[in-house]
Design a protein around this ligand. Structure first.
Ligand SMILES: [Zn+2]
Length: 279
């Protein structure tokens, strides 16, 4: 199977009134677990590597290529997506490697500058046969950039999409990155207003902070891509901690990362199922 374009998958979700999960890769075990979970429930999935994770590994090529190969080896349509990138060189590298989906994050820039840069990146991605996600109205919580109460304005969002020609839009509707509990309240009325105003699929970031019912309500209101990172790290780490606590002599990483990877697969299958049948 070839690696899918982000927009193709999201158009299907738009048509069906469902959403696809987008899960963050940090270790190879994340990518393996995410694909195993998607295969278990036989649903397409988006695997994303953030610019932050690239910095952790000291480069994109190794982790990115490995993830692309895993995606190509699957029978399912799988999107490999570069998440929260603002480094143009990194975006170009991702496109060269074969990524078919990129998020350009200019949400901290002033309006005019975000518009101009996002439009230029959209052109770059489209020329490479990839689709592009942008963000308007910063989703807070990352690197101290927490901005409580920030909301995306539907009129501005429509203008932004028309001017930049992005394929999907991440919106600020009450979620925040890296939440350890699932207590965020999503502004469903705003999602519905954005869905009516904006022709492209909407993306929810910071979804680890939303409970199952909240996620499904967000999908019913118009969210088509649900980004989940922290939640997978919680289930991975819980499983690892359990193994290490049970046997203090354990040293083979396969003995604790294996159960961590299996826990990721179970949670991914569960979440994809919820999003595919939002009720
Ligand atoms: Zn995000």
């Amino acid at each position: 199977m070839t690696v899918a374009r982000g927009v193709d998958l999201l158009s299907v979700a738009q048509h069906l009134g469902t959403a696809y999960g987008a899960f963050n890769v940090i270790q190879l075990e994340h990518a393996e677990g995410i694909i195993a979970g998607a295969e278990a429930i036989e649903l397409p999935v988006i695997i994303q590597i953030s610019q932050n994770a690239v910095q952790y590994h000291g480069g994109l090529a190794a982790i990115g290529t490995a993830t692309l190969i895993m995606a190509r080896n699957s029978e399912l349509p799988i999107v490999v997506h570069l998440d929260h990138a603002d480094d143009v060189d990194l975006i170009e590298e991702a496109l060269d490697l074969g990524f078919k989906s990129v998020m350009y994050d200019g949400s901290r820039l002033p309006w005019e500058e975000n518009l101009a840069r996002t439009a230029a990146i959209a052109k770059l991605c489209h020329n490479a046969g990839a689709s592009v996600e942008a963000e308007l109205g910063e989703v807070g919580g990352k690197d101290g950039a927490h901005a409580p109460g920030v909301r995306t304005d539907p009129g501005q969002a429509a203008e932004f999409v028309a001017e930049t020609l992005v394929d999907s839009l991440a919106v600020a509707v009450g979620t925040s990155h890296a939440m350890a509990d699932r207590s965020a309240v999503v502004d469903l009325e705003l999602i519905a207003a954005l869905e009516a105003a904006v022709p492209v699929p909407l993306v929810l970031h910071g979804s680890s902070g939303v409970d199952d019912a909240g996620l499904q309500a967000a999908v019913r209101a118009g969210i088509r891509k649900v980004n989940i990172g922290t939640r997978l790290n919680q289930v991975l780490t819980e499983a690892v901690r359990e193994q290490l606590a049970a046997d203090p002599t354990l040293s083979d990483p396969r003995k604790y990362l294996g159960p961590g990877r299996a826990a990721i697969a179970v949670e991914v299958a569960r979440l994809l199922g919820l999003l595919a049948k939002p009720g």
